[in-house]
Design a protein around this ligand. Sequence first.
Ligand code: XMP
Length: 519
Amino acid sequence: MTTESHQRLLIVDFGSQVTQLIARRLREARIYCEIHPFQKVDGAFLASFAPQAVILSGGPASVVESASPRADPAVFTLGVPVLGICYGQQVMMEQLGGRVEAGHHAEFGRAFVSPADTADPLFAGLFATGREEVWMSHGDRVTALAPGFSVIGASPNAPFAIVADPARHFYAVQFHPEVHHTVNGARILRNFTDLAGFTGDWTMAAYKEQAIAAIRAQVGEARVICGLSGGVDSSVAAVLIHEAIGEQLTCVFVDTGLMRQGEADEVVGLFRDHYNIPLIHADEGDRFLSALAGIDEPEAKRKIIGRLFIEVFEARAREVGDAEFLAQGTLYPDVIESVSFTGGPSVTIKSHHNVGGLPERMHLKLVEPLRELFKDEVRALGRELGLPASFVGRHPFPGPGLAIRCPGAITPEKLAILRKADAVYLEQIRRHGLYDAIWQAFAVLLPVRTVGVMGDGRTYDYVCALRAVTSVDGMTADYYPFDHHFLSETATRIINEVKGINRVTYDITSKPPGTIEWE
Ligand code: XMP
């Protein structure tokens, strides 16, 4: 997809844990930017990308070590403003003729920077109280400036906290302006993009029109199929593609029998009836449940579901005949190539279910209209496309569905109990106005039965665990601090209204060490 009509900023990634936050802050200021690993950014890349400014990210390496990464020298001869952050600052100083030293300079956490020159355009609107609170995280530090640079801000432990060569519009900061702990960090980044001439021309309305044109150009007269899960990403991708190519798009909704209460009807109703998008509703619950019968190992469940999903999708997609393209709701965080210094693979915690493998198997080309967007931008695009707010704001739901919220072997009876409990729980959350404050909430039916007393009788029923977390991206999470009144009211309702459950617990595990789902 082309984004050439936008002003573009390039972020050169040296592997910092927080590089994505630089992009987030810029996108919030309506500036189009892309993150690329330092190895890939050479003269040819720079010429074709044609950035209007460059930001060099932080990173875990040490500039004083011989094999540590550097920016391609062409970055400094492009004639555009450059901002170096932390490791990016050290790289800039070292490559432009200054000096960096290792050891005994580590500084982590909060610091206060005072200005040496408040007239610099980087400082517009800053230092109202005489100093700025910033967040440091570095081991080495600059000890001699490169020619042309001078100090424009310093902290007690960081004499080169902010340095500048105003003639070339080169800036470098030792702290991380992209993190929230740097109180006015977003303003610093905006001042930098202002002085680089960015006007904030990245809007969802403009993006929508451009994305539609790009889909038409890519697809031509060909047919496209799209797997719908009921989640935000695939829904937004489907509606966008439908606006672009109308009936050339067919959606396939694989109903695994592991959906939540009313979910299949909602998805089919929205897409087939409201949007009039050709939709194949593959009702395959029996097939999935019989393949899962007696299987209690989480990874085994995930593998069976992934395999069946692909088989069903493939078989149903054949009904569309001559589809040439597969649409996927891939997001930008999945696309950013990670910078690895160790090269080793990371451990598999869970085999995530997706439609990976399908394009090669079916000889399909991919259409991925969301691959430049972050999750909240996808939601904004969904609103721009007129998707109902209830759909756009949905909590994430995993591909393997309720199978991974029913530890142990799955039975239709257990799934029915879980569906009811989950519906009561979510209804409670909505009724108390908490849905949007929570990243994800769901019930889990434990494979444990306990003794209880209801009326004058003994019960011996299942335990239900409730989970609700806050998170930014699902990578880390904390449990949601419900008040006790909410918890006791919800537990009472579940026990009274859902036959088969006589005990409710609340999961207060964060991620890590837990994961969000139980399997
Ligand atoms: P975990 O349990 O790994 O979940 O902490 C993180 C986020 O990912 C969702 N999740 C999945 N999503 N396919 C998906 O599409 C999967 O197989 C899958 N497993 C977990 C989970 O709901 C949470 O939002």
